[in-house]
Design a binder for this molecule. Structure first.
Ligand code: SF4
Length: 144
C-alpha cells in the first residue's frame, strides 16, 4: 500500500469513529445537559461514529462548554496537550465562544480560544442538541 492510500484509509476510519472528550471549563451546566442529550437513544450520535471518551490520549475532539476561568485555564491546556494529533477543538455555547454572560467577570478569561485554538464554534445559550449535531457533521465533512 502506498503512503497516500494508508493516509486515506486512516482519514476514512477517523471520520467514522470520532471520540469526543467533553470538558466544562466554567459554564452553568446548561450546555452540558444538551450535549449529554446527544448520547441518549433519542439523538444517538453513535450512529454517526461519534462517542464520548474520558481519556485525553484516546480522544480526537475536545468539546468545551463554558468560558475559560482562571481556575480552569491550566486544565484546558493540559487536556489539549494530552490529546494526540490530529485533534480538533469544538466549542459549544456562547460562553465558550466569547465568554457569554460571564464576560467581564474577574475570574473569567473569556472564550476557549483565549487559551487553545478552536476549529468549530457552535453558539447558543444553551445550544440545542440538533445544532450541536449539525456542527459535528460539518466538522466530519471538513475532516473528510
Ligand atoms: S452558553 Fe448559556 S447554557 Fe451554555 S454554559 Fe453559558 S450560560 Fe450556560
Amino acid at each position: 500500500m502506498t503512503s497516500t492510500l494508508i493516509q486515506k484509509v486512516f482519514r476514512w476510519a477517523r471520520r467514522k469513529s470520532l471520540w469526543v472528550l467533553h470538558y466544562n471549563s466554567g459554564g452553568c451546566n446548561g450546555c452540558d445537559i444538551e450535549f449529554l442529550d446527544l448520547l441518549t437513544p433519542r439523538y444517538d450520535v453513535e450512529r454517526l461514529g461519534i462517542r464520548q471518551e474520558s481519556v485525553p490520549r484516546h480522544a480526537d475532539i475536545l468539546l468545551c462548554t463554558g468560558p475559560v476561568t482562571r481556575q480552569s485555564r491550566d486544565r484546558v491546556l493540559q487536556i489539549f496537550t494530552q490529546i494526540p494529533e490530529p485533534k480538533w477543538v469544538v466549542v459549544v455555547g456562547s460562553c465558550g465562544c466569547s465568554g457569554g454572560v460571564f464576560q467581564g467577570s474577574d475570574y473569567v478569561l473569556g472564550g476557549v480560544d483565549q487559551v487553545i485554538p478552536v476549529d468549530l464554534y457552535i453558539p447558543g445559550c444553551p445550544c440545542r442538541p440538533e445544532i450541536i449535531i449539525e456542527g459535528l457533521i460539518k466538522l466530519l465533512e471538513k475532516i473528510e
